[in-house]
Design a protein around this ligand. Structure first.
Ligand code: DGT
Ligand code: CA
Ligand code: CA
Ligand code: ZN
Length: 570
């Protein structure tokens, strides 16, 4: 039941952004740090994996990175009384429509106020309508979907012979799990010709704007694509500037200022030098080097310590797809009589695909047989039949020396019942090499019960992996409430692993939790959760999550070779 003071994370994030805007109107310079603090807190809340209200209930608001003591105090009042006098005071007198207009790309609070004061009434009404439809949709794109759209446009633009370099920018280049709009950079000796070709993109619904170096179009479904073009000589600065993230750039700008330098998409200037000569950069690498930094991979550019690490030569050597030797969650079409979905490809087809991907081993992780429809004896019988099938596959691949897949493991993705027990009898568990457990029901248990449930299921000696751990579905369903420090601690002490599920709709564990896990030394696994052999291609999206979570090769179980992996199972 909703009570007064029950705010969703999204509502709180919006509120914090409004307060930041309020401070901006009060004085951009005077309140510089508060503006940054509120903006940052808004981002943190939006990306938080737990409901803030619940954290508050547990007295843990300040544990959210980005929420300091002062903001936390105001939120405390907000949750207690349903309002914060401080927030109200900061935004007093600002018309609600101004905040609405701010939700449009490119409109800050100052522009919004100006539009309301002196703008054309009809235009403002039009814009407000745009906001409303934006709020109704306001869905972000899944990463592979955005990547495909960008790849199509990139191929199309490459046909212009003046294009010498072209790359995605923004959240897409940083490989974020969801993408707001698509940004693309081009190096060209003839920007106008590229921009003209771009606005004539056959799938474009509308050209939003076209200037000297930039243009924007709208694709069906209100997908916005921004293009930035510059000569090759300053392409490095262009890439750097529009890859973001915003917070990374703010932090970088501050570092530069301390060195008396100012940064832009064109290059670097000395602030005080009379000549005001612009230093340009073809390569992003040199841009960072000029600031005394090691090259920072785009996935790390979120202002979460990467700049300091780059100063101290402490950046991680990020994992790559080539490091991966196995896929540890695959559903074959073996009829295991589950109440969930079966896979569509046979075990043989999956092995063939595994060879194409140059893997050394694979795990078959069909869902457990339905408990409602079978006796314990029947469940064990089905699992024994599956064991035989897996042994037969292993026998048949044993002497195929040219193939890379040397072994398939007999695993299972097991539901955890709300009380934390597993719906498979001991005699059935014995047939398995190892098992995964996952939450497929009762997503809304309170945090304590949910955590207990997970730890209880993970306790079974055959269970090694906590699969798609939050249970989130991007843009559809929030994850379950869990006490992550407790879960990570348990995994560390009991040699259990946490999955990065590579399904683009899941990408679960989320990158921020990946980082927390590996900081503690918890080992992670990749599972594509493929229900068709082609789903095994999704490994690359799991890699994006791992890289954003600062993972190196040795953080991930799947990088072990077969004999190392077998040893871990002993
Ligand atoms: P998104 O589109 O919400 O998934 O996130 P981003 O990071 O792609 O954000 P976007 O498209 O607004 O801007 C791309 C990057 O450009 C952003 O990460 C920071 C950088 N940037 C630098 N200066 C500016 C600026 O003046 N305006 C905008 N919009 N971005 C800027
Ligand atoms: Ca973007
Ligand atoms: Ca953009
Ligand atoms: Zn599942």
């Amino acid at each position: 039941m909703k009570r007064r003071g029950d705010f969703t994370n999204l509502q709180i994030a919006e509120l914090l952004r409004d307060v930041a805007a309020g401070y901006q109107l009060k004085g951009e310079d005077k309140y510089k740090f508060r503006i940054i603090a509120y903006d940052r807190a808004a981002d943190a809340v939006e990306h938080a994996t737990s409901e803030l209200k619940d954290l508050w209930d547990d007295g843990k608001l300040e544990e959210v990175p980005g929420i300091g003591p002062s903001i936390s105090e105001h939120l405390d009042e907000l949750f207690k009384n349903g309002r914060s006098r401080h927030f109200e005071e900061v935004v007093r007198g600002i018309p609600p429509d101004a905040f609405k207009l701010m939700q449009l790309p490119g409109i800050g609070i100052k522009t919004a106020m100006k539009m309301l004061k002196e703008g054309d009434k009809k235009e403002v009404a039009e814009k407000l309508k745009e906001v409303k439809s934006l709020q109704e949709k306001n869905k972000r794109l899944l990463l592979p979907f955005a990547a495909q759209i960008a790849a199509d446009i990139i191929n199309y633009l490459r046909e212009d012979k003046s294009v010498s370099r072209i790359d995605p920018l923004g959240s897409l280049r940083r490989q974020a799990s969801t993408i707001g709009d698509i940004d693309i950079a081009v190096a060209s000796s003839n920007p106008q010709s590229v921009l003209e070709r771009f606005v004539e993109y056959p799938k474009s619904q509308k050209s939003i704007e076209k200037g000297e170096h930039t243009a924007s179009i709208l694709l069906p479904g209100d997908i916005r694509v921004d293009l930035m073009v510059q000569p090759e000589g300053s392409y490095g600065a262009l890439l750097q500037h529009f890859t973001g993230s915003k917070h990374h750039n703010i932090a970088l700008r501050e570092l530069a200022l301390k060195k008396g330098l100012s940064l832009s998409e064109y290059g670097i200037r000395e602030v005080k030098a009379k000549s005001e000569k612009l230093k340009v950069f073809t390569s992003e690498n040199d841009f960072y080097k000029f600031l005394g930094l090691d090259y920072i991979e785009p996935e790390l550019r979120e202002d979460t310590g990467e700049i300091e690490a780059a100063q101290n030569h402490k950046l991680p050597d990020l994992i790559t797809l080539e490091d991966v030797k196995a896929d540890l969650q695959i559903h074959s079409s073996f009829d295991i009589e589950t109440s969930h979905d079966l896979g569509e490809s046979s075990m043989e087809e999956v092995v063939k695909k595994g060879n194409e991907l140059a893997y050394e081993y694979l795990a078959f992780t069909e869902h457990n047989p339905s408990q409602a429809k079978h006796t314990e004896l029947q469940i064990t019988d089905i699992l024994k039949r599956k064991r035989e099938k897996v042994e037969q596959i292993n026998y048949s691949i044993k002497n195929r020396h040219k193939d890379s897949v040397k072994k398939v493991f007999n695993s299972l993705e097991i539901d955890m019942k709300p009380d934390g027990t597993v719906p498979v009898p001991e005699s059935g568990m014995k047939t398995l090499d190892f098992a995964l457990v996952s939450i497929h029901s009762s997503f809304h248990l309170d945090r304590n019960s949910q955590t207990k449930r997970v730890l209880s299921a993970l306790s079974h000696p055959k269970v090694k992996i906590f699969a798609h751990p939050t249970g989130r579905l991007l843009e559809k369903r929030e994850g379950a409430e869990l006490n992550w420090p407790e879960i990570f601690d348990f995994c560390l002490k009991n040699n259990k692993w946490v999955e990065i599920n590579c399904d683009p709709m899941r990408l679960d564990l989320p990158d921020t939790l990946v980082r927390e896990a590996i900081k503690l030394g918890v080992k992670l696994t990749f599972g594509t959760d493929a229900h068709h052999k082609d789903g095994m291609n999704n490994m690359i999206w799991g890699i994006s999550v791992a890289r954003r979570g600062w993972c190196q090769k040795n953080d991930i179980i799947n990088t072990l070779n077969l004999s190392e992996f077998e040893k871990l199972l002993e």
